[in-house]
Design a binder for this molecule. Structure first.
Ligand code: PMP
Length: 337
């Protein structure tokens, strides 16, 4: 038995119960470990779906160039698919992203342009603007546009949602996921709510992002926006892939809690995951009073820890931010809050 190429190995990721971090929390807490995808993140799923839909629509033609503004994980998925399908890739990213992620994209032959983080999306230097300009200038190029391309949500509606439903034999009561483009939570959440409208869908947001306030008030509040270190979740605009009707609530998690919880997932559960995984687990612990003995929670762990060796898995990085002195206390502190 073999696969015809690496893209066929995407998906069917394991669902694993948390046992130690969640002591004292009611219900069954499961994590969907997306690190086993070839690009080590959930984003492989939507990357391939966006490319295939663009091919079908005639937007991406043989030998073409794929362009995207990406924090790394989507780029990995696109870059791997491009190798197999014979496309070139140019990515724009921000200087907030880990060096490991950028080097990994280059490993697959992609060109990466690093842009400043703290400029408005409309600024010509932003990674959004630079990627749009490249699409205009390069012939036979296609911008994937993961934020507004609804093939992203559709990938999770077709794959991630059904996998979770089958793996829990329909017993899932809560879906918890960090929200960036919104594709994961909107697609998987929509599928699961169609199966059982009582399923709660909880989005994890960052301090410094607009989602939570927008959900609660309908107001896009620029005052909410400020720089933060958590990677992959939260935004300073409203992507089309965030379906606010599917998401029941947003919970914000601090950079410190997200970073320290990411480490605890490795140390206490043996699962080596990325920054947004820590945010999602910390967010669920913050919301634990809403669970009961019958709750079956599925938390998405979006990516692998190897991309964060220079960040929360590095003690100097933690010390510089004053995060280290509170380590070991994170889960207990959140449980006491
Ligand atoms: N975590 C990580 C590490 C990510 O790269 C992303 C994608 N930006 C997310 C969470 C959020 O997923 P989505 O874009 O599907 O909302």
């Amino acid at each position: 038995m073999w696969y015809n190429n690496i893209l066929e190995t995407i998906g069917n990721t394991p669902l694993v119960r948390l046992n130690d971090i969640t002591k004292g929390v009611k219900g069954t807490i499961l994590v969907k470990v997306e690190t086993t995808n070839p690009g080590n993140s959930i984003k492989d799923r939507m990357a391939v779906k966006m490319i295939e839909d663009a091919e079908k629509a005639g937007l991406l033609k043989p030998g073409g160039t794929i362009i995207e503004g990406t924090s790394g994980n989507t780029g990995m998925g696109l870059a791997i698919a491009a190798v197999i399908k014979g496309y070139k890739c140019i990515f724009t990213t921000t200087d907030k992203q880990s060096k490991e992620k950028i080097d990994a994209l280059r490993a697959f032959g992609a060109q990466v342009i690093v842009c400043p983080t703290n400029v408005d999306p409309e600024d010509p230097r932003s990674y959004y603007s630079v990627s749009s300009r490249l699409e205009r200038e390069i012939p036979n190029s296609w911008k994937a546009n993961q934020y507004d391309n609804l093939s992203n949500t559709q990938a999770h509606y077709e794959q991630t949602g059904p996998e979770i439903w089958e793996q829990t034999e329909g017993r899932i009561t809560h879906l918890v996921a960090g929200v960036g483009t919104g594709g994961t939570i909107s697609g998987a959440g929509r599928y699961l709510k169609e199966k059982n409208p009582n399923i709660q869908v909880w989005g994890i947001d960052s301090y410094g992002s607009v989602f939570k306030k927008y959900k609660e008030t309908g107001i896009f509040d620029k005052e909410e926006i400020y720089p933060y270190s958590t990677e992959g979740i939260g935004e300073d605009f409203l992507p089309k892939n965030v379906d606010f009707d599917v998401i029941d609530l947003f919970e914000k998690v601090t950079d410190k809690d997200a970073a320290l919880m990411t480490r605890e997932i490795a140390r206490r559960e043996g699962i080596f995951a990325g920054n947004s995984a820590g945010a999602a687990v910390a967010g669920l612990l913050q919301l634990r009073e809403r669970l009961d003995e019958n709750s079956v929670v599925v938390i998405i762990l979006h990516d692998h820890g190897s991309r964060y060796m220079g960040k929360m898995y590095n003690e100097d990085w933690l010390r510089e931010r004053g995060f280290l002195k509170d380590e070991k206390l994170t889960a207990q502190a959140i449980l006491k809050k």
